[in-house]
Design a protein around this ligand. Structure first.
Ligand code: FMN
Length: 170
């Protein structure tokens, strides 16, 4: 599968088979995250991979789709332990973690797995459930699992609406 094929195939999977993910697949997915670029190569991302059904259920309960996400093979809490701000004024934590998460999505897609980004969750409840320290930012959750749905046609703006050449022309 080419990178573009994986990008085209990825979608937000919101129905999962209740089936665990093989450890070699999880290892390969985490390897894709490990190889992601990060500002100053700080690699200040930390991933809590939840496979235990009861813990998954507890985490899913504090998201916007408890019944859907509880069935995924894993839920990953993607965290950052950096508060470094780049000269451009942007914090690296959410950027670096998001790049690694998209690597996760694409590798999972290549392995026939579905993923969903989850921003709608109660941070403090996730922190308590997973024992994540107060100084660690929980950037996003992500489900990974065997899909029980299929990809809908993506709704996207045309390139001319989102990109221009040489100077700002929007
Ligand atoms: C940062 C981020 C947060 C998101 N949070 C949620 C969420 O909490 N729940 C959910 O069902 N989908 C969530 N999504 C999925 C988006 O709704 C989805 O990516 C978008 O509608 C495009 O659809 P597609 O992923 O199927 O191409 C999130 C996506 C991103 C990138």
């Amino acid at each position: 599968m080419t990178v573009l094929e994986a990008i085209r195939k990825r979608y937000s999977c919101r129905a999962y088979q209740e089936r665990s993910i093989e450890q070699d697949k999880l290892d390969s997915i985490l390897e894709a995250a490990r190889l992601a670029p990060s500002a100053r190569n700080m690699q200040d991302w930390r991933f809590v991979v939840v496979t235990d059904s009861q813990t998954k259920r507890r985490v899913a309960e504090v998201t916007n789709r408890p019944d859907v996400f509880a069935k995924a093979g894993v839920i990953i809490a993607a965290c950052s332990n950096s508060d470094y701000v780049m000269r451009c004024g942007q914090a690296i934590g959410p950027i670096d973690v998001s790049i690694a998460l998209e690597h996760i999505c694409l590798r999972a897609t290549e392995l026939g797995l579905g993923t969903c980004w989850i921003g709608a969750f109660d941070t403090e409840k996730v922190r308590t459930i997973l024992g994540i320290p107060a100084d660690i930012a929980i950037i996003e959750l992500m489900t990974i699992g065997y899909p029980a749905d299929s990809r809908p046609e993506p709704k996207r703006e045309p390139i001319k609406k989102i990109a221009c050449y040489e100077s700002w022309k929007f």
